[in-house]
Design a protein around this ligand. Structure first.
Ligand SMILES: C[S@@+](CC[C@H](N)C(=O)[O-])C[C@H]1O[C@@H](n2cnc3c(N)ncnc32)[C@H](O)[C@@H]1O
Length: 213
């Protein structure tokens, strides 16, 4: 298997840092509630490497927020020639997500081993509730899922998307250490079922990484 070249050689990751630096200013606008709760940068970087290293091609993100986590996924799928579909249902965050992706495009040369790709070719945002999409989506198989929505929805959403997952697909679920009670039923499911291999990475707010067989 090829070892991917360092992403910093193909993309300017400082654009993602600049998005994180905007968090405080965005909160002061009062449009986004109490917090944006972006994924920790270490988790974002881990997911980007996971996508790149395994050459994952088709991702789903539930809970896109204003796009911090999405940016890392874009960096991953840009490298592999893949695509991610992100879900966010809160209109002010949808609008901010769109602005952030535009800036991300302008400030980055999205040039990887698959040549130059516009950010719109790598990511699409569905401004709606995730479960509505799953019911009407086609037969396309998914090999990467990122969960960052309400923790009590992790298990019902996993059950919905399970038939669409490729053998060997990865599911990353954030906040399993910061929200242990709300995550427990999900963790029991992925850790006790023989169809899954699952472990917690103790970085950021705790990322449960699960492989589906
Ligand atoms: C923790 S925030 C996401 C942070 C984002 N992943 C990041 O790193 O920047 C959770 C988001 O999920 C959205 N959300 C929750 N449930 C959802 C659902 N079922 N479908 C679409 N969006 C959802 C909320 O509106 C909220 O903005």
């Amino acid at each position: 298997m090829d070892v991917p070249v360092l992403t910093s050689k193909i993309m300017d990751l400082s654009a993602i840092s600049r998005l994180y630096a905007k968090e405080e200013g965005l909160l002061k606008t009062g449009q986004f509630g109490r917090g944006l709760w972006p994924v920790d940068m270490s988790i974002g970087q881990y997911m980007m490497w996971l996508i790149q290293f395994y050459g994952l091609k088709r991702g789903i993100e539930v809970g896109a927020g204003v796009g911090m986590s999405t940016s890392w996924l874009v960096a991953g799928f840009q490298y592999t020639g893949g695509k991610v579909t992100s879900f966010e249902y809160f209109p002010p965050k949808v609008r901010e997500w769109e602005k952030n992706m535009e800036r991300f495009t302008l400030k980055n040369a999205l040039v990887g081993k698959h040549g130059a790709r516009n950010v719109q070719e790598v990511v699409e945002l569905v401004p709606a509730e995730f479960t509505r999409w799953v019911k009407h989506s086609g037969r396309e198989k998914i090999d990467f899922v990122f969960f960052d929505q309400r923790k009590s929805d992790y298990l019902p959403h996993l059950e919905l998307i399970l038939p669409k997952l490729k053998k060997g697909a990865f599911i990353c679920a954030d906040n399993v250490l910061s929200h242990p009670d709300a995550s427990q039923v999900y963790l029991d499911f992925v850790r006790k079922n023989k169809r899954f291999e699952s472990a917690c990475l103790e970085i950021g707010a705790g990322l449960e990484v699960t492989r589906v067989w």
